[in-house]
Design a protein around this ligand. Structure first.
Ligand SMILES: Cc1cc2nc3c(=O)[nH]c(=O)nc-3n(C[C@H](O)[C@H](O)[C@H](O)COP(=O)(O)O)c2cc1C
Ligand SMILES: CCCCCCCCCCCCCCC(=O)C(=O)O
Length: 387
């Protein structure tokens, strides 16, 4: 049965009062530290690491600290309604699981475990093109849960069309096109640990199960894995697409399309002009351009630039309920969360992911209630002050 948001605060408190320990910390800001103890250095740094010196990853967190909520009293916020609908997808709270590839490097259950956890809480799971598992297997694990599909855009149009058709047939409703990772950034942690999961054959669940991609190969991936891996890598990296390629996606996807990785108001306006349905204001969790602006710092100007002409989602740096409330107050319709639930997966598989998600939702619910906000619409720039 699908569990819906509501009562998680009580449930988590009751577990604690009853002496039951959670599968991992209830504080997402502590999960990185404990994940370091259980993961090998290569996988740990792949997840926790960022581009270059890590300046942008730190800036993402610092940006949240520069905003403070101003609690209001006697607003009757005893009962809250955190539910929303984003691009036709109803959700119990404005939170999605950000697309994360190569999950098999932290847990053998990988994407199906995370997708099951998301479905059990009712939150949308955004499946990555770089998943370790096939589209169809993730869809089966999602069951009735909402699911979106994230595209790393293959240069080969036939392969791209095949992947989109499979995602559509498997019940993925919304397409998230990631623009900021057309090649992998300078990531010293991965180089120092000689750890590039793709080269080792991780994160290939989508192409290896794709008949059109397989049809391009002279030998099957089982016979000649290195050639298949390099063919796929060269198809999804090394070539930056341009705005005039977007109509191809519209032609092959009849649901909403969201561009992920927008950081400039002019790019947000171009997304409107291109007829896109949404954007994710994101710097990929600081994993791509070291020294780039914090994602939260550009959110207000991007929201002002597009108004309600498309839906603005946000990610990069969300760790607490207060962070979610701040992003919503600054104009995001919903947020995507990345590393915290991946650490939950590393700690305890499906249960770990579920615990991280429930904790975030309970934290958001309490933060809203105690600061006098009954619904998401009550969260506005007036709810915040600069620290
Ligand atoms: C290990 C890892 C793998 C990721 N893989 C993808 C991916 O396949 N596709 C994508 O669009 N973003 C990917 N991202 C970026 C996330 O979707 C998201 O933008 C980022 O994690 C948000 O920042 P946060 O981790 O601070 O929440 C990945 C992030 C991590 C940590
Ligand atoms: C010989 C050159 C090797 C370059 C290896 C490039 C591999 C590219 C794969 C890109 C997908 C990235 C998916 C995960 C992600 O978004 C992230 O880690 O962040």
């Amino acid at each position: 049965m699908t569990e819906r948001f509501g009562g998680y605060q009580n449930e988590i408190y009751l577990q604690g009062l009853g002496g039951t320990f959670p599968p991992c910390s209830t504080d997402a800001t502590k999960l990185e530290e404990s994940a370091r103890e259980i993961l090998e250095p290569g996988p740990f740094w792949y997840v926790a690491g960022a581009a270059g010196s890590g300046a942008t990853a730190r800036a993402n967190r610092e940006a949240f600290d520069r905003w403070r909520l101003v609690p209001r009293m006697l607003t009757g916020a005893t009962e809250r309604d955190l539910s929303t609908t984003v691009l036709g997808t109803p959700m119990p709270a404005p939170v999605l699981l950000a697309p994360v590839g190569v999950q098999s490097i932290v847990h053998e259950g990988a994407e199906p475990a995370a997708a099951r956890a998301a479905a059990s809480v009712g939150l949308p799971y955004v499946m990555s093109t770089a998943s370790s598992t096939s589209i169809e297997d993730v869809a089966a694990a999602s069951g009735e849960g909402p699911r979106w599909f994230q595209l790393y855009w293959p240069t080969d149009n036939d392969v791209c069309a095949s992947i989109l058709a499979r995602a559509k047939a498997a019940g993925f409703t919304t397409l998230v096109v990631t623009l900021d990772t057309w090649t992998l950034a300078w990531r010293p942690n991965d180089l120092d640990h000689a750890y590039l999961p793709f080269i080792k054959g991780e994160g290939l669940g989508v192409p290896l199960s794709d008949p059109v991609f397989r049809g391009l190969l002279e030998k099957t991936p089982e016979e000649d894995a290195p050639t298949a891996i390099l063919r796929w890598i060269s198809m999804i990296t090394g070539t930056d697409s341009t705005w005039d390629r977007l109509p191809f996606l519209r032609e092959h996807w009849d649901g909403p399309i969201v561009l992920k990785g927008i950081q400039h108001p002019d790019d947000a306006r171009r997304a409107v002009e291109a007829g896109m349905d949404g954007i994710v204001v994101s710097n990929h969790g600081g994993r791509q351009v070291d020294g780039a602006v914090a994602s939260l710092d550009v959110l207000p100007e991007i929201v002002a630039a597009v108004g309600d002409r498309l839906e603005v989602l946000f990610d990069s740096g969300i760790r607490t309920g207060a962070d979610i409330a701040k992003a919503i107050a600054l104009g995001a319709k919903a947020v995507l969360v990345g590393r915290p639930w991946v650490y939950g997966l590393a700690h305890a598989g499906e249960d770990g992911v579920r615990h991280v998600l429930r904790s975030l939702l309970a934290d958001l619910d309490l933060t809203m209630g105690l600061s006098g906000h009954r619904t998401l619409a009550d969260l506005t720039p007036a709810s915040l002050r600069h620290a």
